[in-house]
Each structure stands twice: as structure tokens, then as C-alpha cells.
Write a protein that binds this ligand. Sequence first.
Ligand SMILES: Cc1cc2nc3c(=O)[nH]c(=O)nc-3n(C[C@H](O)[C@H](O)[C@H](O)COP(=O)(O)OP(=O)(O)OC[C@H]3O[C@@H](n4cnc5c(N)ncnc54)[C@H](O)[C@@H]3O)c2cc1C
Ligand code: SF4
Length: 508
Amino acid sequence: MSFEGGRLRASERASGGELLVEADVVVIGAGAGGCAAAAALAESGLSVALLEEGRHWEPADFQPRTTFALKHLYQARGARTLRGNAVIPLPGGRGVGGSTLINSAICFRCPPEVLRAWRDDHGCDALTDERFEAYFDRIWQTLGVGVNPVEVQRNNNLIFKKGAEQLGLKGAFLARSAPGCQGCGICQYGCPSGGKFSADRTFLSQALATGRVAAWSDCRVRSATRHGDRVTEVSGDVLDPETQEVVGHVRARADTFVLAGGPIQSPLFLLANRFADHTHCGEHLVVHPTVGSLARFPWPIEFWRGVTQGYYVDCWDQGFLLQTYTTTPDQTYLTLHTRLGQETMEVMSDLASLASAGTLVHDEDSHGAVRHTPIGPDLSYWLGEGDKRRIIDGMRLCAKVFFAAGATEVFPGRIGIDRIRSPEEIEGALPYDLDPSVLMLYASHPMGTCRMGADPATSVVDPHGRVWGMANLRVADASIFPSSLGVNPQVTTMAMGLHVGHAIAGRV
Ligand SMILES: Cc1cc2nc3c(=O)[nH]c(=O)nc-3n(C[C@H](O)[C@H](O)[C@H](O)COP(=O)(O)OP(=O)(O)OC[C@H]3O[C@@H](n4cnc5c(N)ncnc54)[C@H](O)[C@@H]3O)c2cc1C
Ligand code: SF4
């Protein structure tokens, strides 16, 4: 049978409602890990069928509206949430490109300390500095990573830079995979100018150029057929891209299967199909818990303009980073923690004077899990005391940076204290004994739920991404990180995708 490659739409091709796909390797999920794995596999001479539940996107297709983005580009239409000792929204991407369609393009190499811990504590000897540095170099080149010019950073990033410099903090403009960024501030809606280089426009394009990759949109894989220690086929629904109704059925056959559905879907698939049990699969969820703060300045900032996330303060050694971020006015309204009524009206009417930045914490003592239950997924996260303390350290520092830059008041991202009016009030407003439930937490970096390791008793996949007990099933997404990174994870996820792709092709 001749192999048909390219960007293909299952909803247009499922004749009589049935689609049969065959390749050397089937990859499930076209996000950061899946697209990088597809590139590594195709470049090694293997044919690949990439199955993605969401749509193909062109920059012109994106619409700068929250409702449109949530419906088309977000898992669970943006309603994915963690329960625990706080309620934490956990957005994730959906579509060819995965979360890179909606991410802020921030790029960090995995800290060498983290890679060393993965080797020393988890036996992942294959993750050598030399191999990963080569992957990071390739990713830097493929994604066009660099710092965007000052003209597109605009006030929200520049004001935080000013405050950080006043305090003598270690800060810098963020390296980003958006070489053509125009600073429109809406990365979370999909980049309408094409200035951001998401995985579908980079690694997937490289993979497609080989002629050995078929990237099928509109396919949600649900189940797998197993003979002994081998998967022989996966199958699932073909979806209407507009309504997301089921319009057909897809089956895919291959010698090897790679799961890259992200750290929530991948463990759920393994659990639902009994490839792993709850002992470690779905456990060890880490998310980089984050709290955003707003600050009012006596001059216009217009924080919704400029690079979405352009500047950061590096406190990685203390367990956190500060990063600027933009939101649109409607998103700001939805996340405001002022008292409803006059107070909220007052803040909203002066929106142009607000700036925003957040604290991202390296999870160390929190506990999270993804569980498969008969009535659907159960996602939980319990913020540990140490992580809470680091968040509060970050929130305090964030407020200090804002005041140093000239802010008149800071809205700290905690329920119960609407605003801090001077640096002297910061510690009183943000004591260490706060209950986690009063923190306005947010997370968009799930990791670790199918962790990698040399010991099947303590891990889900081996150091080459192979699911323990299975001969031809691998995982290649952010779920296989053995721990939290403390830095934004897309680059490390792509490196893992390349690593697992090379391992399948016998190049590792
Ligand atoms: C709003 C937001 C902002 C972010 N900003 C940054 C940033 O600036 N820098 C950074 O480094 N990281 C950022 N991240 C995180 C980063 O994008 C992710 O860590 C990374 O994309 C994870 O890659 P992945 O391959 O694990 O999963 P994803 O990229 O999420 O891809 C998984 C894909 O699999 C598909 N899928 C799932 N299940 C199935 C199934 N059963 N069948 C078919 N398809 C399936 C999904 O639809 C999705 O497209 C951000 C994330 C979000 C949500
Ligand atoms: S801020 Fe830059 S990268 Fe983000 S959507 Fe706008 S142009 Fe694209």
C-alpha cells in the first residue's frame, strides 16, 4: 500500500464513517512531544501516522475571542481544574500543535541540576548532558528562539524590568520561540500573525517535508488492542471539527505506538486500557503552581499590549521565577479578586493603569494525581507547606518589584486582602500561614504522571520512554519527566520527544 503523507483531515476522509490508517509508527497527540517525536522518527526513515483530536490551524484561522479560543483550542473547553486544598484551573491545548498553539512561547533549557537528578535519583543514564544539549541546540534553531526587540515588549514588560533593576535583581527578557512576534499580547488565543513558531509550524513541518508523515486531525484515540506484550491497533472517534460530535471511527495499525497526549490524557489512556495501574501511573503530578498579581501605576500601562510574557526575574535557586504576563480585559475581570460591586467597577474602570506579573514555583512537596474513575477523570493537587512558602516568597518579591517601579498599590492574588498600599504592608498581607485556599492559584505546566526511571517498581516508562511490560508502546510527552523543572517546560518536552523518537529508531 502506498503511503499518503501531509496534513490530512479525518472528518473529510472517513468514508462510510470508517478510517483505517497504517504506518511504521503511530503517534497519538500532536503537541510539543508528539511533533518532535514525529520529526525524529521520519528523519530516521520511518513512516508515521500522527493522530490528533483537534484541528489543523493556520494563523489566519485564529480569532481573538475568549469564547472561540476556549471552544476550539482548549482541553475541556478551558474548564479543566484541579481539586485539593485549593482550586486550580489547569488549561491545556487541543489541536495540531497541542499546548504550543496557546502557549506564551517562553523557552528554557532544562536546568543541568534537574537532568543530573533524573540520572542520579531515577537511573535515567540515557539523559546525558551532551545528548540533551544537542537536542536543545536543535530546538533553539528549529523554533527560531531569541529575545524579542524592545519595541514589541511594551510597558507591561518594561515596567517590571525597571522595578527589578531598581532592586538589583537578576532579571532578563525571556527567550521565546516567536521570532516574528508583533507584541499583540494574545498568545493564549493562538498567534494570528504567525510570529510564534508552535510545534505544528516547526517540528511537524520538518517531519512532513520528509514525505513520511501523515498528520491526521479530528481523531480522538480511545482504546488499544493488545496481544501479549504488544499493541497491534488503536482505535477511536473521528470528530466534526466544529461541533466535536462523533462522525466516524478511526483504526490505526503500526509496529510501534507512541502516546503523546500530554500529562493528563496519556496516563488516563494507559489506565483505561490497563497498560499500567495506579501505583505510579497518574501519580506524581507536578504543575508549577502560579499566582498572578496586578499593580496600579499613576500612568497608563495598557498591560494587554506587548509581548504576552516578555520579562522574568530569576530566583530559581530559591525555588521560583517571577514572569510578566498579559491578559485581555475580559480575562482580567474574570480573575479579579476585589469585592464585587463598586470596588471591582473602580479597578475595571482604571484598567489601563494596571500591570501584571506572576510567581511560578518549582513543586517540591506538593502532591498531585490524575485518576481514571468510572464517571470520568479525577484531577487533584495538594499544595505542600514548602511550595506554599515559596509562592508567598515570590508574591512578596513581585509586590516589591512593582512598588520599586512606582506602583501606587498592588493587588496580590489572595482572597481577603484586596490591595497592598505600600511596601511596608507586604509581609502582613502575605503571611506564611495563609491557607492555600485563599491563594488565586493557576497552573498550565502539568508534568510527571508517567514518570521515567530505571526501576519498574517506581516508574511507568523506562529511560527510553517504553511503558514497562510492553514491547512496542512508548510515551513521549511532558508526563515522562521524573520531576518538576522549575522552568517553563516546552523545550524539555520537545527534547524528550526527540529522545524517544531516536530510541525507537535505534539511534540512542
Ligand atoms: C496557556 C499555556 C501557556 C503555556 N506557556 C508556555 C510557555 O510560554 N513556555 C513553555 O515552555 N511552556 C508553556 N506551556 C506549557 C507547554 O506548552 C506544555 O508543557 C507542552 O506543550 C506539553 O507538551 P505535551 O506534548 O506534553 O502536550 P501538549 O502540547 O498539550 O499536546 C498534547 C496533544 O495531544 C492531544 N491528545 C490528547 N489525548 C488525545 C487522544 N486520546 N487522541 C488524540 N489526541 C489526543 C491533545 O489534543 C493535544 O493536542 C504553556 C501551556 C499552556 C496551556
Ligand atoms: S504576542 Fe507575539 S507571539 Fe504572542 S500572539 Fe502576539 S504576535 Fe504572536
